[in-house]
Every structure is written in C-alpha cells, then in structure tokens.
Design a protein around this ligand. Sequence first.
Ligand code: SF4
Ligand code: SF4
Length: 294
Amino acid sequence: MSARDIIMRSGTSELTPAAQARHAVAPVAKLFDATKCTGCKGCQVACSEWNDLRAPVGTFQGSYQNPMELSSECWTLMQFHEVMDDDKFSWNFTHTACMHCGDPSCLKACSTAGAIIKRADGTVDFDADKCIGCGYCVTACPFDVPKLSPVDHKAYKCTMCADRLAAGMEPSCVKTCVTGALKFGTKEDMLFTAQQRIKQLHAEGHTKAGIYDPAGVNGTGMIMILKDITKPEEYGLPKDPQVSTPNTLKQDWIKPLGAAGILGLAAVAVIHRIAVGRNVVEEEESSSDKADKE
Ligand code: SF4
Ligand code: SF4
C-alpha cells in the first residue's frame, strides 16, 4: 500500500481521491463468526504479541474478560457476555476491535491533517506522529474503540495489522484463530461466506441468526455473524450505530465548500487579471505641478 491508496484523510479538504486509489483496490473485511468462537482469547494474545502491546494484568472483576475494556495497550479484546436463553445460561463472545467503518466517525471528528486515514482497501489507520491527543475520535466513535495513551497522550486502536496486509499476510488475530471463527478476505467474499453460514444456521433452527454490518456507518470492515441479530446489545454492540451529524456536516460539506470557495476566489482573481489587467493607482497631481502647467 502506498500513499496513493489513501482515499480519506482527517483535517483536510480534499475533494476527490486519486483515480488509482478509487478503483484499483478491493475493500477487505474480517469476518467474526460468534457461533464458532470458543472464547479462547488466542486472537487477543496474537494482537498483543504482533503489535508489542502489554496491557496491565488488572484484578478479577467477576468475569473471564480481562482487561474489562480496550486501551492504548489492548487493541483486541474478547468480551464475555452472560445471557439467559429460554432459562438456559450461555455465553456470547464478542471479538472487540476497530470495526473499520465505511464512514468512519473518528476520521470525520479529527481536525488534525493526516492523523487518521482511510485506505482504498477500507482499513482505517491512526498516525501517532501526527495525533495531538485532543480525544475527538474517542468521543466520536460509536463503538467506543480508540483510547488515549496515559503515557504519550496519543490515540491508539487496531490497524487491521496494516503492516501484515502490506506484506500480503492476513491479520495476526485471524492467523491464530483455530476454530475458524475469524476469517479475512475481500468484503465481497466475506459477505458471501457469511450468507452461506447464515443459511446453515437457519437450517439448524437458529432462525434469528444474521449478519452485523450496520448501514448507519456505511457498513464495516469487520462483519459479524450473531446467533440473534435482533439483539446486538447482548454482544455489547450498538443496535443502530450512526456517524454523528455535526461531524458529517464538517467533513462532507463545510470543508469541501470552504475549499471550493477558496478555489472560486482564486479563479475570479485570475480572470480579473486577464480581462482587466493590473490595478493602477493614479497619483494626484501635486499643487506645484498644477502651478507649473498654469
Ligand atoms: S470503529 Fe471507531 S475507531 Fe474504528 S473506524 Fe469506526 S469510528 Fe473509527
Ligand atoms: S481466537 Fe478465535 S475462537 Fe479464540 S477467542 Fe478469538 S475468535 Fe474466538
């Protein structure tokens, strides 16, 4: 992936991405099948190992989940949700990490040029060198994903293993998962695989099984198969996540209009120069010049 593959950049007013970026790369996606996950946490450990992250050990909070939430040192977290289904206890496991939104709220909220980018393959990445630690992305994310580091006060989250993808490899969490709960490929292929699995689950009697790929954020780069799609809250997921309206207005309308306005003013200045020429200020004749003429 090169800089030409960036299609969105925070804090800028770019009107359209390069044609190469728009057309040459297929969007990718990670598929998490909650019905196959055993909660082994292999993915959580693999993420920590590959990205050299060390979350504090913490204390027991009455749950197998540890730590209790994502942090700048924990980019992938297995959530353990306890649910009662027809008076039977069961676990809902959720592989929690950045969803790589089609329309990323974090990027739209960020005012710092290039601190958050979206690539043509759909992945959303943060650049700590450019981040100023304002925390706008933290409050804007509908999935509560990015976190500020208490050490350098920059925002961090899952990159979808951008370095591995650039080398033609799959994300480390997917590589590790032994149950087949995690898969990686083009978004088109992952959606097809998910649809096949849903047909199988329905045939087995799990008629509420469905695909979590919320339209309110223009779909996600991590799609999920849930046993009951009517209750994503039971997996710790928002039912109808949205990109906030002020951020959409700022990034999609006000900034491009501002850029178009500046271009328009420049065009008017050039046309005026060609058509009318340079402005000439005529000096007033001095009283002595007038007297000489008389
Ligand atoms: S899940 Fe949050 S951090 Fe990830 S792309 Fe979406 S808005 Fe940004
Ligand atoms: S490695 Fe696979 S089975 Fe284990 S917790 Fe992660 S998604 Fe679930």
